[in-house]
Design a binder for this molecule. Sequence first.
Ligand SMILES: CC(C)(COP(=O)(O)OP(=O)(O)OC[C@H]1O[C@@H](n2cnc3c(N)ncnc32)[C@H](O)[C@@H]1OP(=O)(O)O)[C@@H](O)C(=O)NCCC(=O)NCCS
Length: 411
Amino acid sequence: MDKRQIKEKYAFWGTQPVAQFSEAGGEAPEGPIDVPKTVAEVRQEPYTLPDSFEWCVCDLRDDAVAHEVYELLSNNYVEDDDNMFRFNYSSGFLKWCLLCPGHTLDWLVGVRVKASRRLVGFISAIPAHIRVGGGPGAGAEGGPAGGREVRMVEINFLCVHKKLRSKRLAPVLIKEITRRVNLRDIWQAAYTAGVLLPKPLATCRYFHRSLNPRKLIDVGFSRLAPRMTMARTIKLYKLPDEPLTPGMREARPEDAPKLVPLLNDYLARYRLTQVFNEEEVAHWFQNIDNVVQAFVVEDPAAPGSLTDLVSFYALPSSILGHPEHTELRAAYLYYTVPGATPLKQLVNDAMIMAASKGYDVFNALDLLQNELFLKDLKFGAGDGQLHYYLYNWRLAGNASLTPQEVGLVLM
Ligand SMILES: CC(C)(COP(=O)(O)OP(=O)(O)OC[C@H]1O[C@@H](n2cnc3c(N)ncnc32)[C@H](O)[C@@H]1OP(=O)(O)O)[C@@H](O)C(=O)NCCC(=O)NCCS
């Protein structure tokens, strides 16, 4: 951890049940940080917003509301350090991601201006079974890591309108969603952020693989390498038209019963991961154009037997202020389970699919076993870091994890 990035004082996060930078690891036991509470003890009234604002539930089943959330995020959500790109999650993506199995509308929290009804803030939670902890050294190569399965929520899409920044609205949104989650007897959360907060459980790095190098260079996402011409660069990143693995096909809802053990058994070796049930697998590993793609390998010698899984999701970015291009189409590697097929080949096939669907770049984190293919498949390290956090949970001795011990991919 770069000590210079750590702020002197976290006025909000310093008061929350999260691992703190100042804490000595030592004897801290694994488990909740706060004294356990009951639902009856949870504050009944919503937190107070400044006078001109009010809370709302963003029911994304309503297309008009989904569009409002989309608009808020597309104009105000995460940008890169140089403000050249801004995430542009589609409303189809938001519906897929936030109306997942077990979702609770009350956890799609909006803030509106009372007078105009304009949506100016948002935060979301979705339920997940997270397994955390377990033996050190289990890691990517070992057997099951063990650890504890905890009912948590995944917090995402925290956003405050640009005109209302630095007014301490974010802590109110975070406290309010925590209250609403606690009211349903859930006391832990997992979340990721590019910013450094107290205190990451793990820090991963983004890697990028060009699919459409000409456009990426045009828009300033990447640069022509020294002594390289555009023609040679295009040739370097050229991919075949069709996947190479025999028996690879799109996942279908009826694959879920077979995919559950395939996925969970594989993820068992990681020290921070999600445990999926059938309904969740059918939901997260489906094929929706411009949202998510999931592919399985059905053994040609044993029809019906599924050996591998590879998936990616679509997260375009708006290109800010470019005369010609307005959108960067990025595919993000989601979960991959190599069974009979080498990992590298599965990811290469996923990239082939992404390229054939017109994506410009293929992104992956250095978690799971991804380090095994990044170099060979021509990924380059990005400058973005992604910190993983848990709310109200610490590992024994306040330990942290290496990227290779992380088996959790959030959107
Ligand atoms: C993130 C965002 C909501 C914070 O709002 P803000 O107006 O900048 O900050 P506020 O004055 O309301 O609150 C500041 C507090 O929020 C914390 N904070 C900032 N970004 C945060 C994040 N991504 N997650 C959690 N807390 C965050 C700050 O650390 C600070 O707490 P501290 O005093 O303990 O350090 C806002 O900057 C935003 O919408 N940014 C673009 C979208 C984005 O980055 N979303 C988060 C994706 S992980």
